[in-house]
Write a protein that binds this ligand. Structure first.
Ligand SMILES: [Mg+2]
Length: 382
């Protein structure tokens, strides 16, 4: 069984959770600081009810609702919260996929009562972060994601062999993930309106329409019960995070702050998994440098964000990059092994204790309660 966890109006909900004045109000999060010259990147449910949706220009949104609350996006905060939610979900011991910043997928194998697990996860997320999630349950990823949309917000829905036909009949074909606008007109031309129309087609028909994806689609729609039963959750081979900046930038302090934030996020996940890493891989993308990727293996394995950051900078220097213009970046740690021995030196021991306390505080209070000061620079120049 798959549980697809989709956070409700994630960015907007986080802003409402940290600022009670915004609770219950129509609110949008803008991708840039200028209220009149940006696009809506998230809308609260109160704003959604008025017909405001992400992707819309803020000007149009404000026309619909002049009293709309506006908050400029703080990506660092959302990524950090996403990490915390992921950590919480992982504690249940099942393999978890990080689908996107606000979506996680949990493979619970042949678990008898997935609904009660879903309820528990919802309660935990709410108790820790004061935000809600909707959870879909089904035998495969495609249907679980579909199910997560059925009862939004704060809902749970399960697709079983009993309700499959009814659910598919009530769902438009273009709301299936991976079906874009282009496909929508294609589907229209073939007279396909609902998911049930797709369900009733032969595998050959779907293959002709979507190629190999069509066969996967057929298999997903027709396999409601889970076939695979997952075994022990596997330890990951590498842990990485990447991020695309709102626009290209050359400002070294800003770029370094992002490398620091990504390093801290990777380190936190290493510590959650009780792993340490020997190899750091840095990936940078920019208009002049294209894709730059390089890695280096170090003698001492680490799970410390500050150390991973220093190592990333070394890789950058070795790559001969002098103040490159950067659009996207990523930090990945490989060469993972289980963290066994404690620190040898007093300095390291103190550092270990500091990290433990930091993880504990962030684990309890969520929302990036404490983090290195350098990370705050990621909020500039947005
Ligand atoms: Mg969502």
């Amino acid at each position: 069984m798959i549980l697809h966890i989709d956070m409700d109006a994630f960015f907007a909900s986080i802003e409402q959770a940290v600022n009670p004045r915004l609770k219950g109000k129509p609110l949008i999060v803008g991708s840039r600081g200028n209220k009149l010259h940006t696009v809506v990147c998230a809308a609260s449910y109160e704003a959604k009810r008025l017909g405001i949706s992400s992707g819309m220009s803020t000007r149009d949104a404000l026309r619909i609702c002049p009293s709309l609350e506006f908050v400029p996006a703080e990506q660092g905060k959302y990524i950090w919260t996403s990490e915390q939610v992921l950590g919480l979900i992982k504690e249940h011991g099942y393999p978890v996929d990080y689908v996107s910043i606000d979506e996680f997928r949990l493979d619970v194998g042949a678990l008898k009562n997935p609904v009660s697990l879903a309820k528990r996860i919802q309660e935990q997320i709410y108790a820790n972060f004061n935000i809600t999630a909707s959870i879909g349950i089904a035998g495969n990823c495609l249907l679980a994601k579909l199910a997560s949309k059925l009862n939004k917000p704060n809902g749970i829905a399960e697709i079983t062999s009993e309700n499959l036909v009814q659910v598919l009949n009530n769902t438009s074909a273009d709301s299936l993930c991976g079906v874009g606008v282009k496909t929508e007109s294609l589907l229209d031309a073939k007279g396909i309106k609902t998911c049930l129309d797709l369900y009733q087609k032969s595998p050959r028909f779907l293959e002709a329409l979507f190629g190999k994806n069509g066969l996967n689609l057929y298999a997903s729609l027709h396999s409601v019960e889970s076939l695979e039963v997952s075994g022990e959750p596997e330890k990951p081979k590498s842990i990485g995070h990447s991020y695309t900046l709102p626009r290209s930038t050359k400002t070294p302090g800003f770029i370094r702050a992002w490398i620091r934030l990504l390093s801290e996020m990777v380190a936190q996940r290493l510590r959650q998994e009780t792993l340490v890493s020997e190899t750091v891989h840095l990936w940078l993308n920019g208009p002049e440098i294209g894709n730059f990727g390089a890695q280096k293996t170090f003698q001492i394995a680490t799970d410390d964000g500050s150390e991973i950051y220093t190592r990333s900078l070394k890789i950058m220097v070795r790559g001969g990059l002098k103040e490159p213009k950067i659009r996207a970046l990523g930090v990945t740690c490989g060469g993972l092994k289980v963290c066994q021995e404690g620190a040898l030196f007093e300095e390291e021991k103190r550092r270990d204790r500091l990290l433990k306390v930091m993880d504990k505080i962030n684990g309890r209070f969520g929302d990036s309660t404490i983090y290195p000061a350098q990370v705050t620079l990621t909020r500039k120049f947005q």
